[in-house]
Design a protein. Structure first.
Length: 555
């Protein structure tokens, strides 16, 4: 019976229990959303210009209402990674997306989607459904995307670079004298950064006061200019005469904060994005910062709505025509906004576990304890819940849909870096490997694991194998065996537990590799050996346990 329990635990490890997917970054755009999940990028929603990044053009599929792995341009496979490297950051604009890929310890940026104004940074104006590298010599630690341009913090001097059509190179550094950047953020057509403890903004328009310069540049300015601080009555770049510690821009608004002060905001006021005098009228704006209340990170600024954290709870305010404030109601008729911040309905999650929030055009997403919740407009599937139904409360996004390989589709469905691995259409099912080997659309159908009569004192499992040590120190293994990890002398999948080794004290799994320590301290390994991981001095795959070394106490 204990062995059967270990089989159940295996299914959780394989992804059925959603154990392996952990969200670390989220970005909501106009009609699409992208997220970093366990170092892989998933995108979903509108794909009008290839902004989903899965290699499919709009002619093939214009909307995806469930998360899609981005394409690896090196292998042509939808793995969610690029060149096998981890992805640490994702950002989205109106119709394009970018990600930071950790290549050799450096952050290389790849972008995909709309490129009619050079927003992909590829020295052309060709849109792409495949991720494309932004230059080859500049590495970034952060990125931020607007409607039609992209910016990032580059490693050298922590300076800022932006890219769009018209630059001499794909990546154009912004004012080389402004370094030591601690934060960068973009709105629809403007950008702001904290340079050397001061906030400066720039953009090709300042019609709604989004640059916060007290109207000094009514038509915009393309080089960073310090924001106006009423406390110092000057463009000092400070926040109420304090050093800024937080910066968020979005739509036609910008918000700043010091560690000692409330949140301050400036820009468009038509939906009361900033609760200032005169907000709620169509042409209202402020080009001077106004106290926006006691809010802090996680904080997000959308097209015309804002979300921030106060006293450990998430609140949103502004436009609510699609339920993007998350309070359970929709302002379907004028006025479409909520001037008073609305408490986001946290009945489906722990309020104090929100680690990130991102606001898009008319939808919002948050990361809560490693899981993703979205709400608001879902016309193009941008919530990722498998429907196109808009939601006025947070909805959990499910990533279990890709836990099982689909044999013959040449896609890495379970996200482990292998395409259709161990799939042999027409063969018998292999119990416990979570694959549809007989290609009937059901994984592990009709499988019943044989119980071992003896009691199991230790069991381990990975994505494809289960091994257990009984109380009389016999090691039993079963499952996927294409590389000999079961240790039964074959490379035939083993549906029933096989007595592979005796006198065993401990066992551990690697990728298609099994190693065990005997009671005398001798280490034995079997399985995949393409990189010499068995440890016997060659790269030949082994299907029986091979002696590696002695005096091993832990594995």
């Amino acid at each position: 019976m204990k062995f059967i329990i270990s089989i159940i635990l295996f299914f959780c490890a394989a992804g059925v229990c959603n154990a392996e997917w952990v969200a670390t970054d989220i970005a909501a755009g106009q009609y699409h959303t992208c997220a970093v999940i366990s170092s892989k990028v998933f995108c979903w929603g509108y794909n009008s210009h290839g902004q989903i990044g899965n290699g499919e053009s709009c002619a093939a599929e214009c909307e995806y209402n469930t998360p899609q792995l981005i394409l690896d341009p090196n292998s042509g496979v939808k793995t969610g990674q690029i060149g096998g490297y981890n992805i640490t950051k994702v950002a989205v604009g109106d119709n394009h997306s970018c990600a930071i890929v950790e290549v050799g310890g450096n952050g290389q940026v790849f972008c995909w989607g709309r490129n009619d104004e050079g927003q992909l940074g590829t020295a052309d104006v060709v849109s792409s459904a495949n991720p494309r590298a932004v230059g080859t010599e500049t590495y970034f630690s952060d990125i931020a995307l607007s409607g039609n341009f992209s910016c990032g913090t580059y490693a050298e001097n922590n300076g800022v670079a932006c890219w769009r059509l018209g630059n001499n190179s794909p990546v154009q550094k912004i004012d080389g004298t402004l370094n030591s950047v601690s934060a960068i953020s973009t709105g629809h057509n403007h950008a702001c950064a904290i340079f050397e403890n001061k906030v400066s903004c720039w953009g090709d328009s300042n019609s709604w006061g989004q640059l916060g310069d007290n109207g000094t540049h009514g038509s915009g300015i393309l080089t960073p200019y310090p924001i106006y601080d009423p406390a110092t009555t000057s463009n000092s770049g400070l926040v109420n005469d304090k050093i800024p510690s937080l910066l968020k821009a979005g739509g036609y608004n910008t918000f700043v904060k010091s560690s000692e002060e409330n949140l301050w905001g400036f820009g468009l006021l038509d939906m009361c994005q900033v609760n200032a005098t005169g907000c709620g009228t169509e042409s209202a704006f402020t080009n001077v910062m106004v106290n926006a209340g006691d809010y802090e990170e996680p904080l997000a600024v959308g097209y015309k709505h804002v979300c921030g954290t106060s006293a450990g709870s998430l609140f949103c305010w502004g436009n609510n025509n699609k339920g993007q404030l998350g309070g359970g109601s929709v302002n379907a008729s004028s006025p479409y906004y909520q001037q008073t911040p609305v408490s986001v309905d946290s009945s489906v999650y722990d309020d104090d576990m929100v680690t990130a929030v991102s606001a898009g055009f008319e939808h919002t997403c948050a990361i809560v304890a490693g899981k993703i919740y979205c709400w608001g407009d879902n016309t193009h599937g941008q919530l990722g819940d498998g429907t196109t139904t808009s939601r006025a409360v947070p909805t959990l996004i499910n990533f279990d849909f890709e836990a099982t390989e689909i044999c013959g589709d040449e896609i890495d469905n379970d996200g482990d870096g292998f395409i259709d691995e161990e799939c042999n259409c027409g063969s018998e099912e292999i119990c416990g490997d979570d694959l549809d080997n007989d290609c009937n659309g059901v994984a592990d159908d009709g499988c019943e694991a044989d119980a071992i009569a003896k009691s199991v004192r230790h069991s381990v499992n990975d994505f494809h194998n289960v091994c257990s040590i009984t109380t009389d120190d016999i090691l039993y293994c079963n499952g996927s065996n294409a590389y000999g990890a079961v240790g039964d002398g074959t490379t035939t999948h083993q549906p029933a537990p096989f007595a592979a080794l005796t006198d065993v004290n401990a066992v551990s799994h690697g990728d298609r590799l099994t190693c065990a320590i005997k009671n005398n301290g001798d280490l034995y390994c079997t399985g995949r050996n393409n990189h010499g991981q068995v440890g016997i001095g060659n790269t030949t795959t082994q299907n029986t346990f091979q002696y590696v070394t002695d005096n091993v106490s832990q594995i």
